[in-house]
Design a protein around this ligand. Structure first.
Ligand SMILES: [Zn+2]
Ligand SMILES: [Zn+2]
Length: 323
């Protein structure tokens, strides 16, 4: 079968891989559509070097269950259910956890053997393309549920790529006032379309100064979704004292906490827990993922898809891969 295999930075190829073994109670899922994530790009660009050579990429995709014919979303984390973290309700940190597309072969392949409990049936009003963009919705839900903002709280979202724009959408659903920050006007136009209260182009404005001016005391919450050490290092200057900062895009960087008294900083990258809710929000049209899709490629054109995500002139947001 065809699969997108990682060999090193800027060296990810579509090639022939062995068909998956369908062991135990696993079922075969035929790939329909998936999307490229910022995580895949960290590996592609060589920013994160721990990906094993020979591994199949992809952790956000849907397909068809071969045994029942059902359309399903594939959840990329399998947890054991009885380790320290599983018993405390944090399956993401399961000590025996498997991450498809990260520590195990992922979804950018013609078929994948999956445990039925990792498959979420799709309602007919969710398209394949929409079902290829569930992971960042689940992540945005997890982050906002974890932050627990009150009505009217200020949430500053740094980075308005697909993940940042979903953070913006869900923070607004939670009744927050959102400040959207990015370097690209075409992204900030979408932030405004989704209802952001203020937008800041970081190329043209001093971000900490403008955030202070808007919020008086600093932002109650800050979400870093741009994925650079520079934006991570900016977060202490955006958050108010005793506020909260979620580092989503990147976690490397040095935090100067001089004026960030009692603020809390934490990282979150992925959440299996919110997948069913994410699918439901998409089905009920409460969250828009269709508007984030800018490009479509076939599995055969995977390298071209990566180059497109890496080329700002293409104005990419979510790039979809279909079979
Ligand atoms: Zn991802
Ligand atoms: Zn576990």
């Amino acid at each position: 079968m065809k699969a997108a295999v990682y060999h090193g930075p800027h060296d990810i190829k579509i090639e022939n891989a062995p068909e998956p073994e369908v062991k135990g109670n696993r079922v075969l899922v035929k790939f329909k559509a998936g999307s490229i994530c910022g995580t895949d790009m960290h590996f592609y660009r060589g920013e994160w070097k721990w990906m094993k050579k020979g591994r199949i990429l992809g952790h956000d995709a849907c397909g068809i269950r071969e045994d029942t014919g059902e359309r399903v979303v594939m959840v990329p984390i399998v947890n054991c259910g009885h380790c320290y973290f599983c018993l405390r309700g944090s399956p993401t940190y399961c000590v025996r956890g498997k991450f498809y597309g990260l520590t195990r072969d992922g979804f950018f392949a013609e078929s994948k053997a999956m445990l039925p409990r990792s498959l979420i049936p799709l309602p007919s009003n969710v398209s394949d393309e929409e079902a290829a963009v569930v992971e960042p919705v689940a992540l945005a839900l997890r982050v906002l549920n974890h932050l627990q903002p009150n009505l009217g709280d200020w949430v500053t979202v740094v980075g308005q790529g697909a993940v940042g724009l979903l953070m913006t959408q869900i923070a607004l659903m939670k009744g927050c006032r959102v400040i959207a920050v990015d370097l690209e006007d075409y992204r900030l136009e979408l932030s405004e379309k989704y209802g952001a209260d203020a937008v800041i182009n970081a190329k043209k404005e001093d971000v900490p100064k403008t955030v202070r001016k808007l919020t008086k005391m600093g932002s109650d919450f800050v979400i870093e979704a741009a994925g650079t050490a520079q934006t991570v290092e900016q977060t202490p200057f955006l958050v108010r004292k005793a506020g909260k900062v979620a580092l989503v895009g990147e976690s490397k960087g040095y935090l100067n906490l001089e004026d960030a008294d009692e603020a809390q900083f934490f990282t979150i990258y992925i959440s299996p827990v919110e997948y069913p809710a994410a699918v439901e929000l998409i089905a009920r049209k409460l969250v828009d993922v269709k508007g984030l899709i800018t490009h479509r490629f076939k599995l055969d054109e995977f390298e071209m898809a990566l180059q497109t995500v890496d080329n700002p002139a293409e104005k990419p947001l979510k790039v979809i891969i279909t079979n």
